[in-house]
Design a binder for this molecule. Structure first.
Ligand code: GLA
Length: 728
């Protein structure tokens, strides 16, 4: 068992980490430690200062050194003298909001808990243990159950929370965070991933200052602007050394992560559903389940931490047939045709793609209802036969006859006002009576909290999937949510809608992915606006960004790589000048950048020269050869493209016999100096040969001294180096 309890101290141990807390003499659950293993009760670290204006719990009597405001707590609450950011805030039936939690019981079980209606890390019984600690409010029948999943071999601890109202009267939940983590000491920095549409997950590292700093989203989705995953690292922590902690919320709605450094230089991190777009009326005898946070730490830098997240997400979050299987190399018609296509044009693209070795044709936006631009048709998920003469079946058959699979685009959560669906069910769109709703990209949203809406979508989507041999679905979502209101909810429950929307989305995704196990689902939201561990539970890959510029992709994919595995990253080679930036990058560079992901093309291959077409075939062959290494291997960031003049990353096979170094040198210079780069993760004692040369190196040399990147001519030159173990 990875959990033991000694003298009321809980030890949660993974291969390299210890998580520790203690139920003290007052039953308060204190946080003691999260970090490397110490084989020690860490209570000795706590100081008990008499701090002015830090009040004391009643039972402490005249003792002025016991204060909820100064002690590290496992789950901070509002209203009883802990003035740091609370993890939970409740309004009781009498209008008061105090919650004073004391430990009542605990349970340790084999296996990993799951969460009704929400995605969660899953594991076999022997791979995980669950600890549940039951806390109770001193004055009411509110119980808080803290859940911990320990995946020892993965160095992962998950956390979630259940709020149980065992009383008779309803209470209102104002905030239920899934994570609360206190550090009594430490000089911390935090890393978050901000951005905008077509520029997601930009890495930013900041010093933790006194007061509250936060990242979050109130857009009803995890968002382009912030990602629901943060790192906390000790000053000086690098890719390869130092202590850091990562927390990723498995949730696709609005979120909040707050970090507070307090008056005693203690640091608290909380993370969960964003309280500004959340409230929940919890009836008597009812429960509320908070989403899960995946937590991991590393004493060997951020690279190791990322690889822990890659492994858990790939093996214990993603599901279904394609979870570990190689994904088809696809061609998507979006940048080739936008809305201007018919069956002939698609077939023309498919024919050339098939000839050059592409596995699957994906028909993007524009195939359904009346849809020639962004303003109409969403919701009418039946084929536009003016565009696809002969219907979907014929087109799919023709594509299949070319030896290719067929995939299709949906944006299920949306509705156009100019659509048959809207004309039939205007009340299904999210809008507040008496107000004009905000339009986003000319569309409104469907009320996903309503069962009849989800049933309609299930039927509409499954009718398409049943009608033809469709083997891939791109599940898009192209606007932020506003005008929260549901006709189904009473006024005192309208605050529940943002969370109920996410629950509705998950329910529909669960039904469809369960009933169509052979279909590959790719998520997306204007590119990477909903790139989170929650969506990855349903879709093993997500379109990473609408920005297909290889240069900017290196930065977007760099930020993405801190938590999410390469196999989750949807990335394609597109045309130049690039449609988003006008930048021209070499073909080979676009290919290596797209290979750090699911790999595919997003252009009309007919427009390429014969020379480039040959390159396409070679690129696909190369991806087929190295795809297993890229997706199953360990991923190393060898540079920081936000600062360095190049972006270089590396894949190492599990047995350390194969190494692939990919990347690009951003700019050329006269009298160019070559950049040295140290490889990582090799076996020091092994010898490696560089592909197409006779040159051999020891693993130690490659890691300690490194290699010189090739001298490049021209901007954005690709880097592609393959090292293979030389057998004796
Ligand atoms: C989003 C997606 C794109 C494309 C368009 C279609 O922006 O990210 O890839 O599918 O929608 O409208």
């Amino acid at each position: 068992m990875a959990v033991r309890v000694e003298n009321k101290v809980f030890y949660l141990e993974t291969k390299n980490s210890l998580y520790q807390m203690k139920a003290d003499e007052h039953g308060v659950l204190r946080h003691l430690w999260y970090g490397p293993k110490t084989e020690q009760d860490m209570d000795y670290l706590l100081d008990y200062p008499d701090v002015g204006f830090a009040g004391n719990i009643y039972e402490a009597d005249t003792c002025r050194t016991y204060s909820l405001n100064t002690l590290p707590l496992e789950y901070g609450t509002a209203g009883v003298g802990d003035y740091r950011v609370p993890a939970v805030a409740i309004v009781h039936e009498n209008g008061s909001n105090a919650l004073d939690l004391r430990c009542k019981a605990y349970r340790i079980t084999e296996g990993k808990y799951s969460i009704p209606g929400l995605p969660a890390v899953y594991a076999e019984e022997q791979e995980a243990d669950t600890l549940e600690i039951v806390l109770k409010d001193t004055a009411t029948e509110i119980y808080v159950i803290l859940q911990y999943g320990i995946l020892e071999e993965y160095d992962i601890i998950t956390r979630s929370v259940i709020i149980e109202n065992r009383g008779e009267q309803a209470v209102t939940l104002q905030r239920v965070h899934s994570l609360c983590l206190d550090f009594p000491y430490g000089d911390w920095e935090w890393i978050h991933f901000h951005g905008r549409h077509a520029m997601e997950r930009q890495f930013e590292r900041l010093e933790v200052f006194h007061g509250i700093q936060e990242s979050g989203s109130v857009r009803g989705m995890s968002s382009h602007q912030q990602n629901p995953a943060i790192l906390l690292c000790e000053k000086g922590c690098t890719e390869t050394s130092g202590f850091c902690i990562g927390a990723a919320l498995m949730y696709s709605g609005g979120f909040q992560a707050q970090i507070e450094k307090d008056q005693l230089n203690q640091t608290r991190v909380v993370m969960g559903i964003h309280p500004d777009t959340f409230s929940w009326k919890l009836e008597g005898k009812d429960c509320f389940y908070a989403p899960e946070v995946i937590l991991s730490c590393s004493n060997e830098g951020m690279g190791a931490l990322s690889r822990q997240f890659h492994r858990i997400i790939r093996e214990h979050v993603c599901r279904g047939k394609y979870k570990l299987e190689e994904r088809p190399v696809l061609i998507n018609n979006r940048e080739a045709a936008y809305f201007d296509f018919d069956d002939k044009k698609l077939l023309n693209i498919a024919k050339e793609a098939a000839r050059l070795g592409v596995d699957m044709m994906v028909m993007d936006d524009g195939w359904f209802g009346k849809r020639d631009d962004d303003c109409s048709g969403l919701g009418d998920w039946y084929v536009n036969e003016k565009k696809l003469k002969g219907g979907l079946v014929k087109l799919v058959e023709q594509v299949n006859d070319l030896g290719m699979k067929f995939g299709i685009w949906f944006e299920p959560e949306m509705i156009s006002e100019d659509s048959d669906l809207y004309r039939a069910h205007p009340d299904w769109a999210i809008q507040i009576p008496g107000r004009k709703p905000m339009r986003g990209r000319s569309r409104l949203l469907l009320d996903m909290t309503r069962k009849e809406v989800r049933d309609y979508l299930y039927q509409a989507i499954s009718a398409v999937l049943d009608s033809a041999n469709v083997e891939y679905v791109k599940w898009d979502m192209n606007r932020s949510i506003s005008d929260w209101y549901s006709a189904e909810l009473t006024p005192d429950r309208q605050g529940e809608m943002p969370h109920r929307y996410v629950l509705g989305l998950y329910e529909l995704l669960e039904r469809l992915t369960r009933d169509y196990p052979n279909v590959l689902f790719e998520g997306g939201s204007g590119g990477g606006g909903r790139f989170d561990a929650g969506m990855l539970y349903y879709c093993p890959q997500i379109w990473c960004s609408d920005n297909t510029d290889a240069y900017e992709r290196t930065r977007i994919q760099y930020g993405t790589s801190f938590f999410y595995p390469v196999s989750a990253v949807g990335s394609h080679v597109s045309a130049v000048p690039n449609h988003q930036t006008g930048r021209v990058t070499p073909f080979g560079t676009r290919a290596v950048t797209a290979m750090a992901g699911s790999f595919g093309y997003e252009l009309d291959l007919n427009t390429l020269s014969e020379e480039e077409k040959k390159e396409v075939t070679a690129q696909i062959k190369r991806f087929k050869k190295y795809g297993p290494l890229i997706h199953n291997g360990a991923y190393y960031r060898l540079s920081n493209p936000m600062e360095d003049k190049f972006a270089v990353w590396e894949f190492v096979s599990p047995d350390q016999s194969q190494v692939l170094v990919h990347g690009m040198i951003f700019w050329t210079e006269a009298n160019m100096l070559r950049y040295p780069v140290r490889l990582q993760g090799l076996a020091a004692g092994k010898r490696y040969r560089l592909e197409d040369t006779e040159q051999e190196y020891t693993g130690a040399a490659l890691m300690e001294a490194g290699i010189l990147l090739p001298r490049s001519r021209g901007d954005y030159a690709p880097v592609e180096l393959v090292f293979t173990e030389v057998s004796n």
